[in-house]
Design a protein around this ligand. Structure first.
Ligand SMILES: Nc1ncnc2c1ncn2[C@@H]1O[C@H](COP(=O)(O)OP(=O)(O)O)[C@@H](O)[C@H]1O
Ligand SMILES: [Mg+2]
Length: 234
């Protein structure tokens, strides 16, 4: 099943007099339950692409379909609802809420984004804490755990609402290589167990080999020998 389809997708940023062509008309599809990476140097368009898929930024032209929805046509409110219902996010700098415990950080989207009853929340959080091997740290705060542990919590939080798609923009950029590798392995394990599609970006060639589908970005374009291109029927 196809989860994401980009057709001639482009994004131009207008900054004063200058147009920055961040994504220059890309075509690709991503299947449900796949484990996909966008690789490329800084400035190649990875974040722009992930932000469009995550409904955080609007395409300038072309078409982007995520879970059957033409996300380019969503207004701010509809995009926010779409994100809350279907998507999870993992960030480079973890983005945990410092005053909340590990448990409460995972609980946060279940209260603030969705509205799960307490009993259902507790079951879900307990299950996810076990899955990311953080049960023992449940009552610690982010400043009391390591970077790798923070990212494990962030993965659990991203999965809390049972999203179909998790987007992770350079989730290992602030981790040493061994920890980075383990974080990618954990995401893959969660994909295997839950069937959640993971799309992550990285500029680290050692990490990208863990993905099943690799799209290489170069200056806003997908290198034709990578990933899976969409065949266009005129
Ligand atoms: N908000 C923005 N305004 C103007 N230019 C931007 C903005 N975001 C990204 N860019 C530019 O778009 C290009 C792609 O950036 P980005 O998607 O962040 O690449 P990557 O994540 O691969 O480093 C770069 O030239 C960058 O400077
Ligand atoms: Mg980036």
């Amino acid at each position: 099943m196809e989860l994401i389809r980009a057709e001639h997708l482009a994004k131009t940023y207008r900054t004063g007099e200058i147009d920055v062509l961040a994504v220059k008309g890309v075509d690709f599809t991503i299947d449900a339950k796949s484990f996909v990476t966008f690789v490329g140097p800084s400035g190649s368009g990875k974040s722009t692409l992930l932000n469009m898929i995550g409904c955080l930024d609007h395409p300038t032209s072309g078409k982007l379909t995520v879970l059957g929805t033409n996300v380019g046509s969503l207004d701010r409110r509809a995009a926010a609802n779409f994100r809350g219902e279907h998507l999870g996010f993992v960030f480079q700098d973890f983005n945990l809420i410092p005053v909340l415990t590990v448990y409460e950080n995972i609980e946060y989207p279940l209260i603030m984004v969705q509205d799960w009853p307490e009993d259902k929340r507790r079951k879900q959080i307990t299950r996810l804490l076990e899955a990311v091997n953080m049960s023992e740290q449940a009552h610690k705060r982010p400043d009391q755990i390591s970077g790798g542990q923070k990212q494990r919590v962030a993965i659990a939080r991203a999965l809390a609402t049972n999203p179909q798609l998790v987007l992770a923009d350079e989730p290992t950029a602030n981790l040493d290589h061994d920890t980075a590798y383990r974080i990618i392995e954990l995401m893959k394990k969660m994909r295997d167990e839950l069937g959640t599609t993971f799309v992550f970006s990285t500029h680290d060639p050692k990490i990208m080999g863990e993905a099943e589908v690799i799209f290489t970005l170069e200056d806003g374009r997908i290198h034709p020998s990578t990933g899976k291109a969409v065949a266009h029927h005129a």
